[in-house]
Design a protein around this ligand. Structure first.
Ligand code: F6R
Length: 613
C-alpha cells in the first residue's frame, strides 16, 4: 500500500523515479508525485495514475540526480492533488514521502499548530514532515538526527524517505512495519518499497529492519542506525529478480500473464523439492524445525483474503493427509482476540507479499506466546519471511496484478507438499498413496497447461453470457468450498459484480432464496466424494431456474446434462483438485472484467500489499 522510490547518484533521477513508480503502481494508484533536486527541490504531484503525473510534469524542470517519488493508496484524506505525496515542511526545507499511518498525528498536529504551523493537506504525512522540521529547527539537528528523534515519538507504521534542501548530498530513509529496501549500485543508491524498481539497476540490496534509519550519501556509503541510536552493519543480499518477470510480456494485463504463468510457477515451487520417481519430498523449512512441527498439537493458519482461502484448503490437506488438527484464522481477527496459543502450536502465515500488516501482527502475537511461526511467502526478503522461525518461499516470481492468481496456486502447491510430506513421515498415509500423490503433483503443471489450452474459448463464451449479471453465487463442497470463496472474491474484486461463495449444502439455509433465472450459479463439482450430494444441489438450483455454470472433471455427463454451461478440468486426486479447479474461475473473472471495461490490474479502491490495518 503506497509505493515509494528514491534515487541518488549520477544519473538523471526523474526517469528512474517514473519507471519505479510504474513498477510500484500496483501498491496504490490514487495519486502520484515526485520531488527532484537541482539546487532547489521541485515537487510535481497529481491525483490519478502515474501517467497523469507524467503528463503534468511534461516540459517542467525535472532535471537533477537526486529525487523521491510516491504512488498513493489514500488513508488520511481524499485522493486529490493536495493530499498527494511528496509533502513539504512549513519552511520548505524538507520534502518527504511516506507509506503507512502515523496514528498519533492528531496530537502532534495540535502541538505543532500551537507553534504556528499551518497545514495544507488532510494527511498524517504532512504532520510528520512538519514535526521533523520543528525538531530540526529547535535543536539545530542534522536531518538524520531530526528524523530519528521524531520517529522515536511517533506511534504507527511508516516507510519514509526525506530530502533536506540545505543538506542535499543525502537521502534519509526509515521504516517500521512498512517495507523498505535499499539498492546499492556503482556510486548510486536506490530506495524502494520492494525490489521491483531496483532490480534492473542492481541486484545488491539491503532490506531495512523495523525501527532502522538509513542514510545514503552521494558518492559515499550506506549507514544504518536504530531509532535507539545504535549503529548497524548493513546486511547485503543478492536479488534474483529477472526483468522479464516484471514486464507484461505481450499480455494485455499482468493478471492474464500471471494466470498463464501457472504451469511454470507451480513447477518452480516444486523444483528441487519433490521427485516422484525416486519417491522423495523435501520441504527445507519443515526439516529445520522437524521436531516441533511433528510434535505440534495443532496448526493455526493465519492469513487474509486469497491467502486465507489457500489456508482453508491447507486445513483440509493437513487434517486429511497428516491428521493434524488445524484452525484457520483471519489474521485481523486473531490478533485482536485473546487467543489460546502456546509452545505446542505451529502458526503458519500465508502471504504473497509477506508484508500484510494484520498477518504480521498475528505472527508477532503468536511468537510472543511461544508458538513456532512458519511463513509461506512469495516475496523474498519480506518482513514475514524474516520474522518467522522457519518457512518456505513459493517462488512464483513478482505478482503484479492486484488480484492474486499464481501466488494462490503456489501456496496450494506448497501446502500440498507439506501435507503429503508430513502425512507420510507421520505414517498417516500409506506409501502407495504417497507415491501416487507425488506423481500426480508432478503432473499438475502439465494439466494446468492443458486446461488453459482447452477451456479458454469456452470460458470467454460463458463470460459473454453472464457479464451483465448483478450477482453471482459460487458453490463447492470439501476441497472445492474454499475455491467457491476464491472464485467469488476474484469476480467481485475485478468486475464489481456482487458474488458470494458458499458450501453447496449451505445453499438451502438461506442463499437459495436469491436464485432465479437472472442468477448465475457457478458450481465447482469435480469432487469424487459426495458427488451425488452435489448433483442434488445442482438439481435444486435448476429447479429454481438458476443459470448453472459447472466446473466438472473430464468425462462427466451427469452434471453436464443439468448445466447451462460446463467447463471441464483434467482429472486428478481429490486433495490436488483445487490446483486445477481455481484456474477456470480466475480466467472467467478476468474475461468478465475485461468485457465490462474494468481495469483488471488496478481495480478501484484496492491495492496490493495491505501494509495498513
Ligand atoms: C485478492 C488478494 C488479496 C490478498 C490479501 C492478502 O486477490 O490479492 O485478498 O490475498 O490482501 O495479501 P498477502 O497474500 O500479500 O498477505
Amino acid at each position: 500500500m503506497c509505493g515509494i522510490i528514491g534515487y541518488i547518484g549520477k544519473k538523471q533521477a526523474y526517469p528512474i523515479l517514473i519507471n519505479g513508480l510504474k513498477r510500484l503502481e500496483y501498491r496504490g494508484y490514487d495519486s502520484a508525485g515526485v520531488a527532484v533536486f537541482n539546487g532547489d527541490v521541485h515537487v510535481y504531484k497529481r491525483k490519478g495514475k502515474v501517467q497523469d503525473l507524467i503528463d503534468f510534469a511534461k516540459g517542467k524542470n525535472i532535471r537533477g540526480t537526486m529525487g523521491i517519488g510516491h504512488t498513493r493508496w489514500a488513508t488520511h484524506g481524499k485522493p486529490d492533488d493536495v493530499n498527494a505525496h511528496p509533502h513539504t515542511s512549513g519552511n520548505g526545507r524538507l520534502t518527504l514521502i511516506h507509506n503507512g499511518i502515523i496514528e498519533n498525528y492528531a496530537l502532534l498536529q495540535e502541538a505543532l499548530k500551537k507553534e504556528g504551523h499551518t497545514f495544507e493537506s488532510e494527511t498524517d504525512t504532512e504532520v510528520l514532515v512538519h514535526f521533523i522540521e520543528e525538531l530540526q529547527k529547535r535543536d539545530n539537528l542534522p536531518i538524520e538526527e531530526a528524523v530519528r528523534v521524531a520517529l522515536s515519538k511517533v506511534v504507527g507504521a511508516y516507510a519514509i524517505v526525506v530530502i533536506d534542501r540545505d543538506d542535499p548530498g543525502k537521502l534519509v530513509a526509515a521504516r517500521k512495519a512498512s517495507p523498505l529496501v535499499i539498492g546499492i549500485g556503482e556510486d548510486e543508491f536506490f530506495i524502494a518499497s520492494d525490489p521491483t524498481p531496483i532490480a534492473e539497476f542492481t541486484q545488491k540490496v539491503v532490506f531495512l529492519n523495523d525501527e532502522e534509519i538509513a542514510v545514503v550519501t552521494r558518492g559515499g556509503d550506506l549507514q544504518i542506525k536504530t531509532i535507539d541510536n545504535e549503529i548497524q552493519t548493513p546486511f547485503i543480499q543478492e536479488l534474483d529478480v529477472k526483468i522479464e518477470a516484471m514486464e507484461k510480456g505481450g499480455y494485455e494485463y499482468f493478471m492474464l500473464k500471471e494466470i498463464y504463468e501457472q504451469p511454470k510457477t507451480v513447477a518452480d515451487c516444486m523444483r528441487g523439492r519433490i521427485n516422484a520417481t525416486e519417491g522423495w519430498i523435501k520441504v527445507g523449512g519443515v526439516d529445520t524445525c522437524k521436531d516441533r512441527i511433528f510434535d505440534a498439537n495443532r496448526f493455526i493458519i493465519a492469513a487474509c483474503g486469497t491467502s486465507w482461502h489457500a489456508g482453508l484448503i491447507g486445513e483440509y490437506l493437513f487434517e486429511e493427509l497428516a491428521r493434524i488438527p488445524v484452525e484457520v484464522e483471519y489474521a485481523s481477527e486473531l490478533r485482536y482476540r485473546n487467543p489460546i496459543i502456546n509452545e505446542k502450536d505451529v502458526v503458519i502465515a500465508l502471504s504473497q507479499s509477506g508484508e500484510t500488516a494484520d498477518t504480521l501482527a498475528a505472527l508477532e502475537l503468536a511468537k510472543a506466546k511461544g508458538a513456532l511461526c512458519y511463513g509461506i511467502v512469495n516475496n523474498v526478503g519480506s518482513s514475514i519471511a524474516r520474522m518467522t522461525h522457519a518457512g518456505s518461499y513459493i517462488h512464483a516470481g513478482p505478482e503484479i496484478g492486484v488480484a492474486s492468481t499464481k501466488a494462490f496456486t503456489g501456496q496450494l502447491t506448497l501446502l500440498s507438499m507439506m501435507a503429503i510430506h508430513l502425512g507420510y513421515e507421520r505414517g498417516t498415509i500409506p506409501r502407495s498413496y504417497y507415491l501416487q500423490l507425488l506423481e500426480e503433483l508432478e503432473n499438475i503443471p502439465g494439466k494446468i497447461e492443458t486446461l488453459l489450452e482447452k477451456a479458454s474459448d469456452q470460458i470467454e463464451y460463458i463470460a459473454g453470457e453472464i457479464k451483465d449479471a448483478s450477482n453471482a453465487l459460487y458453490l463447492g463442497r470439501g476441497y472445492n468450498f474454499p475455491i467457491a470463496l476464491e472464485g467469488a472474491l476474484k469476480l467481485k474484486e475485478i468486475s464489481y459484480i456482487h458474488a458470494e461463495g458458499y458450501p453447496a449444502a449451505e445453499m438451502k439455509h438461506g442463499p437459495i432464496a436469491l436464485i432465479d433465472e437472472n442468477m448465475p450459479v457457478i458450481v465447482i463439482a469435480t469432487n469424487k466424494s459426495a458427488y451425488e450430494k452435489i448433483v442434488s444441489n445442482v438439481q435444486e438450483v435448476k429447479a429454481r431456474k438458476g443459470k448453472i455454470i459447472s466446473i466438472v472433471k473430464e468425462g462427466d455427463t451427469v452434471i453436464r446434462n443439468l448445466s447451462d454451461y460446463t467447463i471441464e478440468i483434467p482429472d486428478t486426486d481429490e486433495p490436488l483438485t483445487p490446483l486445477l479447479s481455481v484456474v477456470p474461475l480466475q480466467l472467467l473473472s478476468y474475461q468478465i472484467a475485461l468485457m465490462r471495461g474494468c481495469n483488471v490490474d488496478q481495480p478501484r479502491n484496492l491495492a496490493k500489499s495491505v501494509t495498513v490495518e
